[in-house]
Design a protein. Structure first.
Ligand SMILES: [Zn+2]
Length: 286
């Protein structure tokens, strides 16, 4: 690990990946840097490396030893930290439950919609409260009708198909508070509502990225059929980890292909860039 005196050279990246340790641990040349934010510390250090000629910052969402449960992740610090080192496009791989029988374990879905059923999470930078550093952001209502970056979604789908993985194009991710899995009744309800997959971390990650004018794309790997469609005892952590372990290598290849195919920072022409046109934010984005 480098000391803080060395960070100027190594501490920059244009693309962020928030995921498990499997995504950076195989890189030969990573630089680990601790980053602080006005919202506190992110889940872990940022790990800087190069993929397909692009500078990438990896952040283990649950910490490197997977010790932070979904409802206690400091999502605001995570996204802020990434933006502060230059990141403008974020890929967010995550494990989800499938809510339809055809979305069985091993399915990769790139959602285009999101339903928030979380309860206790700080999900805005514009909450009308002064920050610890004295900055008072304005009240801002951010456009979120389409919560994911259309460019990032297209790139992710193409990357998956390039690896012969027929990813599902679109669908709704419902995000629950966790850390427990759903009851059968909840799961049947989510499925009956027409939603596609259920996860615990996709929100507020997506909205905070949008508030920081970052492009955010979710790559949702189905590890189980949620409780409503399970005939056995419901979702178990062991099963989730088994399927994730089987597929993680493949998902990593897809992610790296996607990293190489994302537009340059200055060439983004999606809605994410101009989402705050006409608003006075009352704070500087890092
Ligand atoms: Zn975008």
């Amino acid at each position: 690990m480098l000391g803080m005196t060395d960070v100027d050279v190594d501490m920059n990246a244009e693309i962020g990946v928030i995921g498990g340790s499997g995504f950076y641990s195989f890189l030969e040349d990573v630089t680990e840097v601790e980053v602080d934010t006005p919202y506190g510390s992110p889940s872990d250090s940022l790990f800087f490396g190069e993929v397909a000629g692009r500078r990438v910052a990896f952040l283990p969402r649950h910490g490197r030893s997977h010790h932070i449960p979904p409802h206690r992740i400091n999502y605001r610090a995570n996204l802020w930290a990434l933006r502060s080192v230059g990141v403008r496009q974020v890929l967010g791989p995550c494990a989800v439950g499938g809510l339809r029988p055809e979305y069985g374990p091993g399915t990769l879905l790139v959602p285009d919609q999101l339903v928030d059923r979380t309860k206790t999470r700080a999900q805005t930078y514009f909450d009308g409260e002064p920050r610890a550093d004295g900055v008072v952001p304005n009240v801002v209502h951010t456009t979120f009708a389409d919560p994911y970056c259309p460019t990032g979604r297209a790139v992710a789908l193409k990357a998956a198909r390039g690896r012969d993985w027929e990813a599902v194009d679109g669908g709704t991710m419902v995000v629950i508070e966790g850390p427990r899995f759903s009851t059968r009744a909840e799961s049947r309800w989510h499925a009956a509502a027409g939603w596609s997959v259920v996860g615990m971390t996709g929100h507020p990650e997506a909205v905070l990225a949008r508030e920081l004018e970052l492009c955010y794309t979710s790559l949702s790997l189905v590890t189980d059929l949620d409780a409503g469609t399970e005939t056995g005892e419901g979702v178990s952590h062991t099963e989730v980890m088994r399927v994730f372990g089987e597929k993680v290598g493949e998902l990593r290849k897809v992610l790296f292909d996607a990293v190489g195919a994302l537009p340059a920072t200055g060439e983004r022409d999606c809605l994410c860039v101009s989402v705050h046109e006409g608003w006075k934010l009352g704070m500087e984005l890092p």
